[in-house]
Design a protein around this ligand. Structure first.
Ligand code: PFF
Length: 479
């Protein structure tokens, strides 16, 4: 029950999570996904390992957790879709309803992310039958590479798997069922952990475990670029599902009694653990087989089948693993589209089913850009840079449509959304309201406030400016 009159006025909550535990599970389901098992290892590989991991961990702690608390808090207090929530909250604290734009940004970001997320989840789906038929048994690194290459070079096959994943996602969203998914997550997340542990045992046996660990945890700062710092920060938002209203919508179903701080810390810790475990599995396999850590988006699809193809019961474990990866992606994808669904239902007065069908079709269409970016349109790339008399600042280099969407959403839209959330929660929302929602002791509250007021916004802004080369530019002028 809401505990204050100010909240009562508009927080007409239709649904609530059955307990704090189910909220943590659903939020973890949203957070743990392709970001942890597919994206974290490959961007770590592209950015030289340890130093990147350290910056990422720092971003999780100093920006991710405080912003997650802020986003859940805003969601629970507003109690609606992100656009309405932000408008209502702005009104409550006497600010402009233009804050609704923050909700909008999230709705669009979620839509764009799902359009490529479902293509990659489609790869995972495709690997389930391939694994179970033993297609990878006894293959060497080159042969596994070739199998992956064949999959992504075929637009029709990719389109079929992408379509299937969109149908799966929209099916759950259309039913509006949290029950089924909540239950699935209850059983599947622990299983995913267990399989990762089994894979770590395999990774230890490769003989390159030490090398893998030191790649992940020994920072070599000479390998870090400004681009890498931006990716680490963007990934902290992506992996925790922050900055786009997904966690805000989930927060809107959260009972008043639940401690937001504890829930946020639990979700962030589980999410980070899964990512690190995935890294500890993948890099030893990479080094033991002379593969390239910077192989890009195909990294896990080239390394894990090697492990499974060469271990006893590999067919069984491999099939199970990719099924779980699909589930992890599934519980994330529904949260990606949930802000758009709740917003469209309200705006166009459509039923959940109709909204899901329409949005599903639109996301599917948009996803074709990513499908083709791996084959037919792989030569269609863009490069953007800012050119000044002091030099050229490269923003994107030879980016395919997939690279572009990924960059735009993870590195720009999510941090921007997160920045706005931090500014709103830290500076504009009345302190008594945030204190009432968070209910933590005064010391923790001051720490949280300090982080959302100063540290998180400053870091996001500095990283942004730096990525745009502006810091370098200013430095040049001063000298
Ligand atoms: N956190 C998800 C992952 O790591 O795969 C991706 C994601 C889900 C991002 C939901 C944003 C979001 F709102």
């Amino acid at each position: 029950m809401p505990d204050s009159a100010s909240v009562d006025t508009y927080a007409v909550k239709k649904e609530q999570w059955s307990s704090r535990f189910t909220f943590i599970l659903a939020a973890t389901g949203s957070a743990v996904g392709l970001g942890n098992i597919w994206k974290f290892p490959y961007i770590t590989g592209e950015n030289g390992g340890g130093a990147f991991v350290l910056i990422y961990l720092f971003c999780i702690a100093a920006i991710g957790i405080p912003i997650m608390m802020a986003e859940i808090m805003l969601g629970r207090r507003g109690g609606h879709d992100p656009v309405t929530t932000m408008k209502l909250l702005a009104k409550e604290s006497g600010h402009s309803s233009s804050w609704g734009i923050l909700g909008w940004l999230g709705v669009i970001a979620g839509f764009l992310i799902l359009s490529y997320y479902s293509v990659i989840a489609g790869w995972a789906l495709a690997y389930v039958p391939m694994m179970s038929l033993g297609n990878f048994s006894g293959l060497d690194a080159q042969e596994v590479n070739a199998v992956f290459g064949e999959l992504v070079s075929n637009p029709i096959t990719l389109m079929i798997w992408h379509s299937l994943f969109i149908i799966m996602t929209m099916f759950v969203v259309a039913r509006g069922v949290r029950g089924g998914l909540e239950k699935a997550v209850t059983y599947l997340m622990p299983l995913l952990f267990m399989l990762l542990i089994i894979l770590i045992l395999y990774a230890i046996g490769t003989g390159a475990f030490q090398q893998g660990l030191s790649y992940l945890f020994n920072p070599d700062f000479s390998k870090i670029t400004t681009e890498g710092v931006l990716s680490a920060m963007g990934h902290a938002f992506f992996t925790l599902s922050l900055g786009m209203g997904a966690i805000m919508v989930y927060g809107s179903y959260l009972p008043k009694k639940t401690s937001i701080a504890q829930a946020s810390i639990a979700v962030a810790m589980m999410d980070t653990l899964v990512a690190l475990l995935a890294g500890m599995v993948i890099f030893p396999i990479v080094f033991a087989n002379g593969l390239e850590p910077g192989a890009g988006p195909g990294l896990i699809f080239k390394t894990l089948p090697l492990a499974f193809g060469n271990m006893s019961y590999g067919t069984l474990f491999g099939t199970l693993f990719f099924i779980l990866l699909v589930f992890a992606a599934w519980t994330s994808s529904i949260s990606l589209i949930e802000p758009a669904v709740t917003w469209s239902m309200k705006t166009f007065q459509l039923s959940r089913i109709k909204t899901s069908v329409i949005l599903g079709l639109l996301v599917w269409l948009m996803g074709l850009m990513t499908v083709f970016s791996f084959n037919l349109a792989s030569d269609f790339t863009i490069s953007t840079s800012i050119s000044t008399q002091y030099g050229e600042f490269v923003i994107l280099k030879d980016a395919t449509a997939f690279d572009f969407l990924d960059y735009l959403t993870s590195n720009i839209m999510l941090p921007l959304g997160g920045l706005m959330i931090a500014i709103y929660a830290g500076w504009l929302m009345k302190k008594e309201f945030s204190a009432e929602e968070l209910k933590i002791n005064p010391l923790w509250f001051s720490i949280w406030l300090f982080l959302v007021r100063y540290i998180a916004p400053l870091m996001v802004i500095i990283v942004f400016l730096n990525a745009l080369g502006i810091v370098a530019f200013v430095r040049h002028i001063i000298n």
